[in-house]
Design a protein around this ligand. Structure first.
Ligand SMILES: CCC[C@H](O)CC(=O)SCCNC(=O)CCNC(=O)[C@H](O)C(C)(C)COP(=O)([O-])OP(=O)([O-])OC[C@H]1O[C@@H](n2cnc3c(N)ncnc32)[C@H](O)[C@@H]1OP(=O)([O-])[O-]
Length: 721
């Protein structure tokens, strides 16, 4: 028995040293030696440290020379061995790792192992013959599902699919050796996947056609899923060797598409933001989180319900509090419904979540029950006076050390903290709706927030399976602050001659899940209206004689206010920027009333309507958002461009294959972004959002360094990653 250990499987150390290509020679030599040695009767391949392999080193793909195709010969060599080769899969077998296992004649997995071909999520396809072998083993529908989604499947599912031959609870390596001994001398031909035909489907052509339509619809411009389908199609239409050639061709196309770089950047950016830093030297490396054994949520509106659901799913006992019994009962019903739905999606269902157990989820109107919780998340209306009142109460009731979080999308954390006797324990946790689904958690530190509080909030994000991003305190924080100029441009474009459907189309074609007007209809126009009224920008507190289209010397569009005055709040009222089939309806159709309304508006204000092309729509919306991003970086509100990108990808529907707004700016080229902003700013001097930020200008002046170097060009002490 020869026991081959694959050194390209160690997580994480080996990843950093560029593994597949470097190790390929020693793998080949080892396998050849085993084949040639008559005393070796079988081969077992396993990983190290309880992990089989997470695949190729993703960092290696950025170098044109090293794209890992060197793995294919190893997989072929394994498969063609004259001695049985058994894979012992522990931990993960992903990407190239699973492709190695597919080259083996048998696969034994630990019950807790996970397997998958996640290449599609980093803009690639399985490039070591995985698209050709997997359909031969588990059939086209299951293979296509794994390859186009990149999902990791548990060992139990892998067994059902026939991906593995056996699963074990105990020692996987011993089990693999046992199996290897058992199969010595048995014919290997039937175990060589490259020799097997792809199982036929009665309707293969129609199936593949439909699969392509489905992935194209979901991919919103991302190439990899479509090319994955093409590679699997090749497996169904061509002999193995030709299919492999096609796979290689498609792999090369993806590698040079630019999307792979963007998606791989996004992969590492998501991990980089875990290494948070705040001014004053606090950082992930020195701060330790406090345990959260019990939490409370105040307010059971849309956000609160989602937050409670998230906490229950994370197995954190929750006290859910409302102001009175009527709201409490309404909230309780809604939470239970959400939890029932979530439980249905889980193995073990309601029993796993155990949410009927009052020790795990308790509903109350009694603030005193919050005396022993480790963390409170306040999720009431965006009203400063109300929030301050609640925080004042909390600082009296909660035990010393309890973390006090406010779920706000824009309000000043320091002002909220000022209502307590423990501002160091107050922190902003901005969840995104629906809170039990959306992955982003913006974590906002105030002037006095302690490193422990930040570390605890980050730990909470991890427990909730969310991506926590630590940012500084300013109006709208990072996400919404960058959103303001974007939405503002969209509305200005309507004033100047465009239509909601035209603007939305351009941004949806770019890859956003939903354009700004559909988004505004979904969220409710009344939300922004209320906030603008509070700020004195519209409504009764607006100073008499204020020009309709100007506030504080800057251009202002009263269009959204005018729609609200007409009762057009969006989907909830059946009318907004679009019309809907009914109040609460979801199908947006362009509204002739709105078109007439826009014409009259332009006439009233003497605006000459003009045709606005797609390029201008895209650039004015995106470049103004990016421009605000540079301002945020320059002010030290975020530690780096990765933070902004992770926020946009996970909270605002930014297309991941474009890498986030700041990465996108770097691919467009900073000189171009600057030149366009300059042009639009000259045409609209009363719109500050179009005036190029000084930091952007500085970066262009120093010849647009790569994104990872941007922060070193700031003179102030900015928190570093
Ligand atoms: C010819 C083509 C062959 C083939 O078809 C192509 C491939 O195989 S493509 C590859 C297909 N495979 C994939 O796409 C698998 C991608 N990886 C994963 O899905 C998860 O990392 C994994 C599930 C493995 C562990 O999750 P977890 O336990 O939550 O841990 P974590 O996520 O925090 O990672 C820990 C550290 O490892 C780092 N790192 C991880 N993987 C890679 C990598 N492949 N490369 C480089 N680095 C990698 C990661 O950045 C982090 O570093 P740091 O400096 O500490 O921040």
């Amino acid at each position: 028995m020869f026991h081959a250990q694959i050194p390209f499987d160690r997580i994480p150390h080996q990843f950093k040293s560029g593994l597949l290509c470097r190790s390929s020679q020693s793998e080949k030599d080892g396998l050849k030696k085993a084949d040639a040695d008559p005393s070796v009767k079988a081969v077992m391949i396993c990983g190290e440290n309880g992990k089989f392999s997470a695949g190729a080193d993703i960092r290696g793909f950025s170098s044109p020379k090293r794209h890992g195709v060197a793995l294919s010969p190893i997989v072929s060599l394994i498969e063609s061995s004259e001695k049985p080769v058994v894979a012992a899969i522990e931990g993960v077998a992903l990407g190239g790792g699973l492709e190695v296992a597919l080259g083996c004649h048998y696969r034994v997995a630990h019950a807790k192992a996970r397997m998958g071909l996640p290449e599609v999520t980093i803009g690639l396809l399985p490039g070591a013959e995985g698209t050709q072998r997997l359909p031969r083993l588990i059939g086209v529908p299951a293979a296509l599902d794994m390859i186009t989604t990149g999902k990791h499947i548990p060992a139990t599912e892998a067994l059902k699919l026939g991906l593995v031959d056996e699963i074990v609870e105990e020692n996987t390596i011993e089990a693999a050796i046992r199996l290897a001994n058992k199969v010595i001398g048995q014919p290997l031909e039937p175990r060589r996947l490259s020799l097997k035909p792809v199982p036929k489907l009665p309707n293969m052509e129609a199936f593949l056609r439909e699969a392509l339509v489905k992935v194209k619809r979901q991919a919103r411009g991302c190439l990899a899923p479509e090319l994955c389908v093409q590679a699997v199609r090749a497996a169904t239409e061509r002999p193995f060797a030709e299919g492999v050639r096609r796979e290689r061709e498609l792999f090369g196309l993806l590698l040079s598409s630019g999307q792979a770089q963007a998606l791989q950047y996004a992969f590492f950016a998501e991990r980089a933001v875990r290494r948070w830093a705040a001014p004053g030297g606090a950082s992930w490396s020195s701060a330790a989180p406090q345990p959260v054994r019990k939490a409370a949520v105040i307010g059971l509106g849309t956000m609160g319900r989602g937050i409670v659901t998230s906490l229950v799913k994370a197995n954190i006992p929750v006290v859910a509090l409302e102001q009175d019994l009527e709201y409490l009962n309404k909230g309780r019903k809604a939470v239970m419904l959400l939890l029932e739905r979530e439980a249905m999606k889980m193995e073990g269902g309601a029993q796993t979540l155990d949410f009927h157990n009052p020790a795990r989820l308790q509903f109350t109107v009694d603030f005193d029950l919050l005396c022993d919780v480790d963390l409170v998340i306040e999720a009431v209306f965006e009203n400063m006076a109300l929030k301050k009142e609640i925080f004042h109460k909390l600082s009296k009731i909660c035990k010393p050390g309890a973390l006090l979080c406010t779920n706000t999308s824009a309000l000043n954390i320091d002002e909220i903290a000022s209502a307590t006797n423990r501002p160091q324990q107050v922190i902003g946790t901005h969840f995104f709706s629906p809170a039990h689904v959306m992955r982003l958690l913006e974590i906002i530190y105030g002037r006095h927030t302690s490193p422990t509080a930040i570390a605890t909030a980050m730990q909470l994000a991890k427990a909730l399976k969310k991506v926590g991003v630590v940012v500084g305190n300013c109006f709208g924080f990072v996400g919404n602050r960058m959103m303001f100029p974007y939405v503002q441009q969209a509305v200005f474009l309507l004033e100047e001659g465009s239509r909601p459907e035209a603007v939305d189309q351009v941004l949806e074609d770019f890859g956003f899940k939903i354009g700004p007007f559909r988004m505004s209809d979904l969220a409710g126009l009344d939300v922004g209206w209320r906030s603008r009224k509070e700020q004195g920008l519209t409504g009764p507190s607006l100073a008499a004689g204020t020009p309709a289209r100007q506030r504080h010397g800057q251009r202002y569009s009263p269009l959204p206010d005018l729609l609200c005055e007409q009762g057009r709040f969006g989907q909830k009222t059946g009318k907004g920027w679009y019309q809907y089939e009914r109040a609460g309806g979801r199908t947006a159709t362009p509204d002739p009333w709105l078109h007439d309304f826009l014409s009259q508006y332009r006439d009233t204000h003497g605006i000459q309507s003009r045709f606005i092309d797609q390029e201008e729509i895209l650039e004015r919306c995106l470049f103004s958002l990016i421009n605000e991003g540079f301002a945020i970086l320059a002010e030290g509100i975020a530690s780096g461009p990765e933070h902004l990108d992770v926020i946009y990808i996970n909270g605002y529907g930014w297309p991941k294959h474009r890498g986030g707004p700041m990465f996108y700016a770097s691919t467009v080229g900073l000189p171009r972004v600057l030149a366009k902003l300059q042009k639009y700013s000259e045409a609209h001097p009363d719109v500050p959002g179009l005036r190029p930020n000084a930091f952007l200008k500085k970066l262009v002046a120093v010849r647009s360094p790569p994104l990872k170097e941007w922060m070193s060009y700031l003179s102030h002490q900015s928190p570093k990653l």
